[in-house]
Each structure stands twice: as C-alpha cells, then as structure tokens.
Design a binder for this molecule. Structure first.
Ligand SMILES: [Zn+2]
Ligand SMILES: [Zn+2]
Length: 73
C-alpha cells in the first residue's frame, strides 16, 4: 500500500502505518503518533485509587482524523 496523502500529491511513497480511524495508508511524514495513558484501578481502603501505568499505548492517526478528534477541546 502507498501513502494516501502522498498519492493525492502525485507521489508514490510506501505506507509504513495505517490510520486506525479511517484506514488510510500513511508514510512516516504523514502519520500522527499519539501516546495514550493507561490507567489501572487499585482498591485502597474504602474505594479505588487510579494509577497511571509507566507504559503508554501508541496509536496511529492521519492528520485529518487527529484534527477531527482534537477540535472539540
Ligand atoms: Zn505521505
Ligand atoms: Zn484517518
């Protein structure tokens, strides 16, 4: 598969990743990598305490999906 964005610009660049939302192929230049925090609830006394785990969860988006997701902030 080739990068969808590059293809629209008339270039053939091999895709190294795929956007998890729209599924378009992306080259390193056009992908957006986000790191999502991972939480674990641990019971402590009467309730639970939310711990942030040291490792994050990577996800790959294209810039269009990235901006669509973050416009509501
Ligand atoms: Zn590209
Ligand atoms: Zn996308």
């Amino acid at each position: 598969m080739n990068c969808y964005v590059c293809n629209k610009l008339g270039k053939d660049t091999p895709a190294v990743a795929i956007c998890i939302l729209c599924g378009m192929g992306l080259c390193p230049e056009h992908l957006v990598r986000e790191e999502l925090p991972v939480f674990q609830d641990v019971s402590a006394g009467m309730g639970t305490v939310r711990h942030k785990m040291p490792e994050t969860l990577p996800r790959i988006l294209c810039s269009e999906c990235y901006h669509a997701l973050h416009q509501a902030k």
